[in-house]
Design a protein around this ligand. Structure first.
Ligand code: DOR
Length: 450
């Protein structure tokens, strides 16, 4: 067992006692039913996975050290349950110069994540069981103790939006969710079929919302700034149109939907009204939509080019409010690594995307520091809600919970650059900035991974 002393959790000084392995669990009588509401994808790492690994024994003040227990002083460190990111891009197979499964999981591990959901826009696309099995095997080989990778099945062959993928075989191979992320679905009929087919297989539909006609050829948000820069923009309404369409489908079909990377107030208004009507819709957003507006592109900064695009300051304020109220259920990175040479071109020629796993928590902590969020907001949106929605084990620090947690040292100062990133790509609009705070120790299933 390990006793961590004097950490800070939700503003209080606490001790944390954990078991480290299955033998120690037995002496505490921890039972675990691997089918207990968890998604079958949780067993991608072995049928008995859920029964193994360390657990939480107690969290509280002044916990006495049991016999033969390691005691570690964590004075001044912030305790967090491990984060669950349901939206990352690891570029493996096919674009490993940007990121591969090994480096992506390494960035996740150092970022505080125990589970990541990997989107299907690899090359070839993850639209068949062969790719799914390859991804899982590589993840298991490089990181057998986590962070755990969950491949998301492509909704359509080659993400082309025309033919459905063999979801049955991909579910069997280990996919737990389905998405056309990266490329919007123009056919409402196809969206309907994906929702129906996916729901039969317990695969949640993660919906990339963007009207493909309004967004065609756009490189940023449409408004005064895009006019000034002479760059084609896409309006926020383009996102909201598909949010509205797919909420209506979800309501009609009585099938849940999860809206990906929400960026603007117009989408939030629709999600709010849908939730009030009882539609089974959840939504996610990323740190960059909470910290930056379109002005980050004023100097044609290609590292700020992302899809959906950074919007207006009014949208940033709406997004912050939505995270606080729970209207936005999940925080994600949309970790989208691209190599330096790919971003070193004119704005209209570079790919969309921000590398996010290295900086996400530090950026969110900045918002805590500014009094905009609390640690509780982060824990709810980055651990509890995604665990619930995607049926994963959740550490709430209750007795018997899986011992997935990390310590964040708010005093570590570091620079956001290639040297300090664990990801292969440092394409971030925060490049060169001094960051305050970083994950310093991480345990997954009671095992020290950092
Ligand atoms: O900015 C983005 N980059 N948005 C997406 O939807 C896809 C992603 C990527 O794969 O690079």
């Amino acid at each position: 067992m390990i006793l961590f002393k004097n950490a800070v959790y939700l503003g209080k000084t606490v001790d944390l006692l954990i078991t480290e392995n299955t033998e120690e669990n037995a002496s505490h009588g921890f039972a675990f039913d691997a089918d207990d509401g968890l998604h079958r994808g949780y067993r991608n790492y072995g049928e008995n996975y859920g029964k193994q690994g360390g657990r939480i024994v107690a969290l509280g003040e002044n916990i006495p050290a049991p016999q033969n227990c390691t005691v570690l002083d964590m004075q001044g460190k912030i305790l967090f349950p491990s984060l669950i990111d349901v939206h990352v891009h690891f570029r493996d197979p096919g674009m490993e110069w940007k990121e591969d499964i090994d480096t992506g999981l390494e960035a996740a591990l150092h970022g505080g994540y125990s589970h990541v959901f990997c989107m299907a826009n690899t090359s070839p696309v993850n639209d068949n069981e062969g790719i799914t099995r390859y991804m899982l095997e590589k993840a298991r080989n490089t990181h057998p103790y986590g962070p755990f990778l969950h491949p998301v099945a492509a909704a359509t062959l080659g993400l082309k939006g025309e033919e459905l993928t063999p979801l049955g075989e991909m579910a069997e191979a280990g996919c737990t969710a389905v998405s056309n992320d990266g490329i919007p679905l123009y056919s409402t009929e196809i969206v309907r079929r994906v929702m129906e087919y996916g729901s039969d297989l317990d695969m949640l539909f993660i919906d990339h919302c963007e009207d493909p006609y309004l967004a065609r050829g756009a490189h940023m948000n449409e408004g005064k700034l895009s006019a000034k820069l002479g760059v084609k923009g896409q309006p926020d309404m383009g996102e909201a149109l598909q949010v509205g369409r797919d909420i209506m489908l979800s309501e009609y079909l009585q099938i849940p939907v999860h809206i990906a990377h929400v960026s603007c107030r117009k989408s939030l208004d629709l999600i709010k009204r849908a939730k009030e009507r009882g539609v089974d819709v959840t939504a996610e957003t990323c740190p960059h939509y909470l910290l930056l507006d379109e002005n980050a592109l004023d100097n044609y900064n290609t590292n700020a080019k992302v899809n959906p695009p950074l919007r207006t300051w009014d949208d940033v304020l709406a997004m912050r409010e939505a995270v606080k109220t729970g209207l936005i259920d999940c925080l994600i990175t949309d970790h989208a690594p691209h190599a330096e040479h790919e971003k070193e071109n004119p704005l209209d020629m570079v790919p969309n995307g921000i590398s996010g796993l290295d900086t996400a928590l530090t950026l969110l902590w900045r918002l805590v520091h500014e009094g905009i969020f609390t640690q509780e907001d982060i824990v709810r949106a980055y651990t509890v809600n995604p665990a619930k929605r995607f049926k994963l084990p959740c550490n709430t620090f209750a007795k018997g919970d899986t011992a997935d947690f990390f310590f964040f040292d708010p005093d570590i100062e570091w620079t956001a650059d290639k040297e300090n990133f664990h990801s292969k790509s440092a394409n971030t609009p925060f490049l060169g900035q001094t960051m305050h705070g970083r994950v310093c120790t991480h345990y997954i299933g009671g095992k020290k991974v950092l």
